[in-house]
Design a protein around this ligand. Sequence first.
Ligand SMILES: O=C(O)c1ccccc1NCC(=O)[C@H](O)[C@H](O)COP(=O)(O)O
Length: 216
Amino acid sequence: MIHIQMAGIRNKEDALMCVNEGVDIIGLLVGQMHTSDDFLTKEKAKEIKDYLPKDIKTTLITHLEDGDKIIEIAKYIDVDYIQLHSHLDESEVEKIHNALPNKKLLRLIHIDSDGNLLNDISKMKYVDFYFTDSINLKTNQFGGTGLSHNLDTDKRLVETLDKPVFIAGGLNPDNVYDAVKYCNPYGVDVNTGCRGKDGLRDKEKTKAFVHNARKN
Ligand SMILES: O=C(O)c1ccccc1NCC(=O)[C@H](O)[C@H](O)COP(=O)(O)O
């Protein structure tokens, strides 16, 4: 079964709705670089995590570059996964890996609109999962862009990398079926594509996203 991470969760009610619709990983954004209403305090993120059934995985999604700070927040919320920003120095990643060996590390691979990789994967030493995502070079937005990219790149990465790959970037209920069919990833991630006009999670979009992601 394909794994589904929902990012941009802002409250515990939305988190539980997503879980009830079949999402199995909840992404909690703490520690930002660019402005986004999806970022939470660590206290709010912990409140959401503690409200969820114990078998639901949570991910700390962060832009912080200080390994000690990331370790402190990940321990405090007690997440299962840590999604690390691609600019993080590998020595900081090593620190996190050594301090929290049981927490899985998701490593970002940013892809531009033409499908070019913007990171040197060969320098990533500590990886449990790769995570492809779009970038908006105009706004310097490194996530939650709602922008798609050329999926040929994702497909190639899924086929050639030695660790499981999550794909993300502009996925939505209408395109996730084809994306999964074409790339055959370990998991998919979505934020904007399941957002309502109020910025919160849209139940119908979430239901359709989960259904279509697992229809293959
Ligand atoms: O989701 C955000 O608002 C966000 C903001 C800043 C950095 C990362 C962010 N999200 C990381 C994610 O895992 C998103 O779900 C991923 O970028 C896909 O977003 P979207 O293209 O909107 O589905």
